[in-house]
Design a protein around this ligand. Structure first.
Ligand SMILES: Cc1cc2nc3c(=O)[nH]c(=O)nc-3n(C[C@H](O)[C@H](O)[C@H](O)COP(=O)(O)OP(=O)(O)OC[C@H]3O[C@@H](n4cnc5c(N)ncnc54)[C@H](O)[C@@H]3O)c2cc1C
Length: 288
């Protein structure tokens, strides 16, 4: 389908972008366009203007703070994350996820900020950002807000980014020595939607799990953190038997729904399988 007529705006700075988003009625951010352009063509989104932030230098780039925090511009592409030796060394799970995303075309255009701002339940990055305790910097007319991942993701296709605001930066704290992070998922086809996704991070010291994050994706709404599972992981020896902690998922009211791909019951069952696999893989990746 042809696109409807709309304005195309290209700001030079994040501040210009915020001014346009605030002043121009019906304007939305265009980042990689890998979802937004499809929504326009399918008549699922009806903005009056696109504010293209893809080429704003200040929104692109990968740096490390003095304490090892990974600081990523929101418009940084998956391809840039995948090929960064620094990211592969400091936060390998972030680079691996980018490298495994769909195909070269999507990786060359799609951005980590767009992925998080979309917050589609099936998206790759939101559960990983929760597991890594990421923080999000959001710029508006009144200045900048800094939000933890737990407050950023608000529900299906909803985040804390309000009208007239722009996600500028994602900060990911340094990984503690000995951490293992694993991401497992089941998807409909080779480059299609996920049915179930699990991310597990284990911070291991002297062979024992000192801290843990267990997060599901592709279930209803936002990434679902699982404190019941985390409690069963913390304080235990980091061995493959830890995967039994996934049993705790049976006591969690995992909200999900039947859809064209599978029943809610199948999705819950598959979420448990992915969680079990992710725990085992995180144990293998941790340094003991
Ligand atoms: C064939 C195909 C398969 C795909 N499979 C997957 C998959 O398996 N897993 C997955 O995670 N994704 C998948 N995607 C989606 C892809 O990862 C998109 O790149 C991503 O969802 C959106 O990122 P984008 O940069 O393209 O954002 P856009 O499409 O430009 O924008 C998406 C939304 O975020 C908003 N937005 C973007 N950046 C900002 C910002 N900085 N501040 C405020 N709002 C912002 C936009 O206004 C829009 O509402 C797939 C896409 C395609 C085409």
């Amino acid at each position: 389908m042809l696109l409807p007529p709309l304005r195309y705006l290209r700001p030079e700075t994040p501040e210009d972008a915020v001014a346009m988003l605030s002043d121009v009625d019906g304007s939305v951010v265009l980042a990689g366009g890998q979802t937004l352009m499809n929504m326009l063509k399918l008549d699922l989104a009806h903005p009056d203007a696109l504010v293209d932030v893809h080429r704003i230098d200040a929104l692109r780039g990968i740096e490390h703070d003095a304490d090892g925090t990974l600081v990523v511009g929101a418009a940084t592409t998956y391809a840039e994350l995948a090929r960064s030796p620094e990211v592969r060394r400091s936060h390998p799970a972030v680079a691996e996820m980018a490298a495994g995303l769909v195909d070269r075309q999507v990786r060359n255009r799609g951005t980590i900020g767009g992925n998080c701002c979309l917050n589609d339940p099936t998206s790759n990055y939101p559960p990983l950002m929760v597991a890594l305790d990421a923080r999000f910097r959001v710029l508006g007319r009144d200045g900048e807000r800094r939000l933890p991942a737990s407050e950023f993701f608000r529900g299906t296709l909803a985040t804390a980014v309000g009208r007239g605001e722009l996600l500028t930066t994602i900060e990911i704290p340094p990984m503690p020595q000995g951490s293992g992070v694993a991401h497992e998922h089941l998807q409909v086809g080779a480059d299609s939607w996920a049915i179930a996704r699990a991310v597990v991070r284990l911070d291991v010291a002297d062979g024992v799990v000192a801290d843990a994050r267990a997060v599901l994706g592709a279930v209803y709404g936002s990434p679902l953190r699982l404190p019941e599972v985390e409690r069963r992981l913390i304080g235990q020896r980091a061995t493959p038997d830890l995967a039994e902690a996934a049993d705790a998922l049976r006591d969690v009211d995992v909200q999900t729904a039947d859809d064209v791909h599978c029943s809610a019951a199948y999705r819950r069952e598959m979420a448990e399988v992915q969680l079990r696999r992710a725990i085992r893989a995180a144990v293998e990746r941790s340094v003991q």
